[in-house]
Design a protein around this ligand. Structure first.
Ligand code: SF4
Ligand code: SF4
Length: 136
């Protein structure tokens, strides 16, 4: 199986050798797609992992004991929900209708991952860099 995961590190864990520990705890092939330390010394890493299910379980158990928060990325596209201000700019260029203007009164912009074709257009037009597309 293959999965894209976001690992979120707290101030206390960001500088620990967690990735090294992960590589020792489970027989998984992994590729770090992005990693960043944020201003408050929190950090995240986006990783693509591949391996048998039981090895995934071992790896996830290790991350849990290392106090790393793990989120699965459901597709090749990720939106930073905290950054997105629902301006609607991306809806004008999204070719598949994955990004569209929602109903009133909020007119929020839902992201339908089933429709997304991972073309990357939204990444280029988003004024706050909320969208990310992974080349896997
Ligand atoms: S362009 Fe960016 S900020 Fe605006 S709605 Fe789309 S994802 Fe959100
Ligand atoms: S990657 Fe392309 S298809 Fe997917 S949401 Fe962005 S613009 Fe739409």
């Amino acid at each position: 199986m293959e999965k894209t995961l976001i690992l979120r590190f707290s101030k206390k864990t960001w500088n620990k050798p967690v990735i090294h520990g992960l590589s020792k705890s489970a027989d998984l092939v992994f590729n770090i797609l992005e990693a960043k330390v944020l201003p408050r010394q929190e950090a995240y890493a986006i990783m693509r992992l591949e391996g048998p299910e039981d090895e995934f379980e071992k790896g996830l158990e290790f991350l849990k004991t290392a106090n790393v928060v793990v989120e699965e990325v459901p597709d090749k596209v990720l939106r930073d929900e905290e950054s997105c201000m629902h301006c609607g700019t991306c809806t004008a260029t999204c070719p598949s209708g994955a990004l569209s203007v929602g109903p009133p009164p909020d007119f929020e912009i839902p992201l339908d991952l089933d429709l997304c074709v991972a073309c990357g257009t939204c990444v280029k037009v988003c004024p706050v860099n909320a969208m990310q597309v992974f080349v896997i």
